[in-house]
Design a protein around this ligand. Sequence first.
Ligand code: TYD
Length: 137
Amino acid sequence: MSLIQTISFPPLGDDRGSLVALEANKAVPFDVKRVYYIFGTLPHVSRGFHAHRALKQIAVCVAGKCRMILDNGKFKEEVWLDSPTKGLLITELIWHEMHDFSPDCVLLVLADEHYDEMDYIRDYDDFKQLILGRKHV
Ligand code: TYD
């Protein structure tokens, strides 16, 4: 089973350029409750380094690119988000890291819940313990 679940967003292009429409419960497989975006990331900065207990998200670089690492506690996979038509589904209990942001990168994220710090697992050892079922964190 691959951790990388990309979703193609069909561009609605014409002679003026391109447009992508994201509708909840269609191309985006959940009700969207929150949208945030990461931009102006400084050189050599990596972000993420957490998993969520329940949150589901779709990430797409609407400009520029970055490299996403997904880790289920057993193995890791990586994918370049390098197109405004390529969404990446990040489900619950997936450790994720974003690296190698291009200077022009705008990483848009759609989430199925409001921001809740209690939903974050920010310690990798806690994440591993939770995955292995050895500890209630
Ligand atoms: P964080 O999740 O740590 O960013 P990343 O994982 O991309 O490195 O969030 C950075 C800060 O922004 C942190 O103080 C929490 C805050 N924040 C919100 O208030 N609302 C949000 O929707 C998100 C994603 C973050």
